[in-house]
Design a binder for this molecule. Structure first.
Ligand SMILES: Cc1ncc(COP(=O)(O)O)c(C=O)c1O
Length: 959
């Protein structure tokens, strides 16, 4: 018997087989069903030879889970966790343990998808409704959305909103010099392509008449709490609108902007239990007046009713979104920050209004005591009215104080004329005393904490002290004990289908495994507790991780360099187009502004192009779902003088490897344009195809698709961009980065965007290595083709590529079924819930179809279970086609079935109750019960309610 070597027994590549669902036997059986001998035969047949990558992907060999985590721990150890009192929109916070473990570390929450299928998303929708209620009440506004990406981009979104709404048609937007500097940077980036001039100044020194909008910060970045009611009145007198960036914790003590006239309020909820994460991900928010709700960007959760009249939640007013409005959209937001919004909302549920007020009061008392001590040491303060941030005018001592504090383990903010200190809930008496020592610098004044505490008054302006109640809904009062909180979280997550229950076969969205080993590092303090503007010597580990990840992503795509700054795919698209724009401008061709986009493109593409100041020209697709090359050639020639870019998705959104992609890229280049490839479908390419070799110049990669960052119920995402050599000088800049003058401006508030979750993708790539990643791609193609094969006799598969094969996803066409039976895509999607599945992507890119993407992580057992369900549904449809069951009374139309529906005393439906509940054999023991039946979208949009409904609403429905 040959004895295996120690190295063989160590199995460094063991994770590859954990990540990939099908076993070797299952793989062989699926290949057999498709008529191929090996995985490489199948791949050779599916992926055209002409597009295969020539240069291999160079990555380190795979390492096991434990080895990888040990290596990452060593990298994390190069970061230094120091108490950061830098503020500027990022504050220390305590994530309650019950929230940390049961949300942030719980796959039931983090592996869920955006709640497009509301019946299986009631848990996260309720959490988001809590978020909206919390934000609306804290800000004193009528309505709030379900999160935006960060405070900087939320401010930019607000600028676009008020530009649309304001009667003042000037082209200036005034930004207070009291705003956080990173917000000002992002505003500048976003304003310029839209022809908006950002004027930064002192609002108390006069307001420009040409400004259509104003942005104020409350409290100001240096801590001062100012009266803005007069400014708002004057702005309104000029027909302009006012946006206020507000700190939600301060709003528990201060009169909310809604009570002194603000039109839009934005901000970050990071300090509600979400760690720094070196800049993100964090949930930003936006709240506005009821009159503006139809123009508000981002996701909005609303209350409606289900088929039985029960209150039920779902996404409201979806026609506002880029999916529908495309180049007419004023926002390109798709992925938001749902998981972080859920955490922030639960922080409010956990603490309640009294708890939040107590935290705020305590932080404020500490700041007041700190300020008084500093005054007694002989310093002058920037402002006598503040909440938690004290800016001390330090004369020539600033750098010395800053350095002393750093040595003492405290990060402060160094300003030109002083030092700013932002206190937070992690601070205490010892923090304040240590700060006094740093500021002392030779003073002999005696400082007694207790004595000062007893003497010093609050420093909030008396006429801005909050008097209105907030968080009055019972949900913010009922979960004070940990037991109640734990059970509330469990009750909500039990209502939802996430990857921890079943396959989520969403085409274009790539719901693959988010392995536990990949998730573990994100809550390590060395990654979680680092402020984005911490000194460089404390972030060596992060810089190493980011540099390595950028190199890994460059290897995977073939590009010369990568920037991880964009914090969603949509933001990557926007950044990539700005890079193209900057390149044209640098060559004296700044007039190039036409962006060709195939009709099949995802809505974010045209929306991003419009926001980058480009004109969208739509290119037709042929009957196979491919770009119509003749139309492309004609349009490229027609616009040759002004062609800036083509945006394509590869493989196409139809799930096909277009063979003529290289020709498409050359046509665009011949006419002076650049090629932007949407990398949402990179799952079908890694290891087999290099985007750069195809002729593409720039792409975004959705790390929350191909590279395993979980979808978190609708975000966080990360959308790094990769660029070819000639575009490297234009990658996103940031005042915290020392990149070239040629860089485009900041597209995210933090220099590395949502850095806190980058360890997930780093870990994935490290554990897979080049071979493992390539195998994952091949398996994704196998799984998709297996599903297509099993379903093709039952549903037409809409588009196929070479040899009748699909890429990593397939579209099945339900339009003929609708004609023959009246059964809709919705009916099939909702009936799948009865089988325990999340529906595939509905009606994208073709209305009336379902797009299925199984990913490499699903085993054959799960694929068969799904295919069996789809085939059983086809049989139910046949009964309708045959006239045996009327469609209106069918199980399909009545789906999904709640326990309540099935146990009701009357039963007059033409199918047995059991067929409603257990449509497949063996479901009885592990049945997923939807909490509501089909939700009425139209009712919800007509009767819009976007905050927690009163408890009586549920009682009424029960009666
Ligand atoms: C083809 C395509 N492009 C772009 C996006 C936008 O990505 P994100 O949601 O990360 O903004 C998506 C999202 O699903 C997509 O499917």
């Amino acid at each position: 018997m040959t004895r295996p070597t120690l190295n063989e027994l160590t199995a460094h590549d063991a994770f590859v087989q954990r990540h990939i669902g099908p076993s070797d036997d299952e793989t062989a059986a699926m290949l057999d069903a498709l008529g191929y001998d090996s995985l490489s035969d199948l791949t050779d047949a599916a992926v055209p030879r002409g597009i295969r990558r020539e240069r291999p992907m160079t990555l380190d060999a795979p390492r096991g889970e434990a080895e990888t985590l040990a290596e990452l721990a060593e990298i994390a150890g190069q970061n230094k966790v120091v108490k950061s009192l830098i503020g500027q929109g990022y504050y220390g916070t305590v994530t309650p343990g019950v929230i940390l473990r049961n949300i942030l570390e719980n796959p039931a929450w983090y592996t869920a998808y955006t709640p497009y299928q509301p019946e299986i998303s009631q848990g996260r929708l309720e959490a988001l409704l809590n978020f909206q209620t919390m934000v609306a009440e804290l800000t004193g506004m009528d309505i709030a959305n379900a999160s935006l990406l960060d405070e900087g981009t939320a401010a930019a979104e607000a600028m676009m909103l008020v530009r649309k709404l304001a009667r003042n048609k000037g082209d200036q937007f005034f930004v207070s010099e009291r705003c956080h500097s990173q917000t000002i940077e992002v505003m500048r980036t976003r304003a310029e392509p839209m022809g908006i001039e950002v004027v930064v100044g002192d609002e108390f020194a006069g307001l420009p008449a040409e400004a259509f909008g104003f942005l104020l910060q409350y409290p100001a970045t240096r801590g001062g709490v100012h009266h803005y009611a007069d400014i708002v009145e004057r702005a309104h007198g000029n027909d302009a609108l006012v946006v206020v960036a507000a700190d939600p914790l301060a709003l528990t003590l201060l009169t909310p902007p809604g009570e002194w006239g603000a039109d839009v309020v934005i901000g970050s909820t990071q300090r509600f239990g979400v760690p720094f994460g070196f800049g993100g991900p964090h949930a930003a928010y936006m709240a506005t007046k009821d009159a503006h709700k139809r123009s508000m960007p981002g996701r909005l959760v609303g209350v409606s009713v289900d088929a039985a009249g029960r209150p039920a939640y779902r996404l409201a007013l979806q026609t506002r979104e880029q999916h529908i409005r495309r180049e007419k959209a004023t926002s390109n937001i798709c992925t938001a920050q749902v998981l972080l919004a859920v955490i922030a909302s639960m922080y409010a549920v956990y603490h309640g209004p009294e708890g939040l007020t107590r935290i705020a009061r305590r932080v404020h008392r500490l700041a007041a005591v700190l300020a008084e001590g500093v005054r007694r040491l002989g310093y002058e303060l920037d402002s006598d009215r503040f909440f938690d941030t004290v800016t001390v005018k330090t004369r020539d001592w600033g750098a010395t104080i800053w350095e002393t504090a750093r040595v003492e383990g405290l990060n402060l903010r160094l300003e030109d004329d002083g030092v700013a200190v932002s206190l937070d809930e992690t601070c205490d008496r010892a923090t304040v005393e240590k700060l006094w020592t740093c500021f002392r610098q030779g003073s002999e004044a005696e400082l007694d904490f207790d004595a000062i505490e007893a003497e010093v008054a609050d420093a909030l302006p008396e006429d801005l002290v909050r008097t209105s109640a907030f968080l009055t809904h019972p949900v913010f009062h009922q979960h004070r004990s940990e037991t109640e909180m734990l059970r509330y979280l469990r009750r909500l997550s039990d209502k939802d289908i996430a990857l921890d229950r079943a396959m989520i076969p969403l085409g274009s969205c790539t719901m693959k495994l988010n392995a536990t080993a990949e998730m573990i590092p994100i809550t390590w303090p060395e990654f979680a507790n680092i402020h984005p503007f911490a000194p460089a010597d404390q972030t060596i580990g992060y810089h190493r991780l980011i540099t390595e990840l950028e190199r890994m992503l460059a290897a995977a795509t073939g590009y010369a360099a990568v920037s991880v700054q964009p914090n969603a795919g949509s933001q990557g698209e926007y950044a990539g187009l700005l890079v193209i724009r900057a390149y044209h401008r640098a060559r004296g061709e700044g007039h190039r502004d036409v962006c060709l986009i195939p009709s099949s493109a995802h809505g974010t593409n045209p929306a991003s192009a419009a926001m980058a100041g480009m004109r969208v020209v739509v290119v037709a697709c042929d009957s196979h779902g491919n770009v119509d090359v003749d139309d492309l050639r004609a349009k490229a020639a027609q616009h040759a003088d002004s062609l800036a870019a083509l945006m394509i998705t590869y493989p196409s959104t139809h799930g096909v490897f277009e063979e003529r992609v290289k020709e498409i890229c050359s046509i665009v280049h011949e006419h002076g344009g650049q090629v932007y490839t949407d990398g949402a479908n990179l799952n079908a390419l890694v290891g087999l195809v290099s985007l750069q070799e195809l002729g593409s110049d720039v792409s975004h990669m959705n790390l929350h698709k191909t590279f395993c960052i979980p979808h978190g119920g609708g975000g966080p995402g990360v959308g790094p961009i990769g660029v070819a050599e000639h575009l490297v000088p234009y990658l996103p800049g940031h005042s915290e980065l020392d990149n070239l003058e040629t860089a485009i401006g900041a597209v995210s508030a933090a220099p590395y965007g949502s850095a806190g979750i980058l360890p997930i993708s780093w870990t994935y790539i490290r554990m897979m290595g080049a071979e493992g990643l390539t195998r994952a791609t091949r398996m994704a193609i196998l799984n998709a083709n297996y599903v297509a094969k099993r379903l093709e006799d039952h549903y037409p598969v809409l588009y196929t590529g070479p040899n009748g094969l699909v890429a990593h996803e397939c579209i099945i066409d339900l339009r003929p079924i609708k004609d023959s039976s009246g059964v809709t895509v919705d009916d099939v999607a909702k009936r799948l819930i009865d089988f325990g599945f999340h529906a595939p992507t509905m009606s994208f890119p073709v209305a009336g179809t379902l797009m299925i993407e199984p990913t490499e992580s699903e085993s054959k057992v799960e694929l068969d279970r799904f295919c069996d369900a789809m085939i059983a549904i086809r049989e139910e449809i046949r009964a309708i086609e045959n006239g045996d069951v009327p469609v209106e009374h069918s199980a399909l139309r009545n789906a999904p079935h709640t326990a309540d529906d099935l146990l009701g005393s009357a039963w007059d439906r033409p199918y047995p109750r059991r067929a409603g509940a257990f449509p497949a054999p063996g479901m009885e023991a592990s049945k997923y019960w939807p909490p509501v039946s089909r939700i009425d979208n139209v009712y919800g949009d007509r009767n819009l309610v976007c905050s927690c409904p009163p408890i009586e609403a549920y009682q009424d429905a029960a009666e």
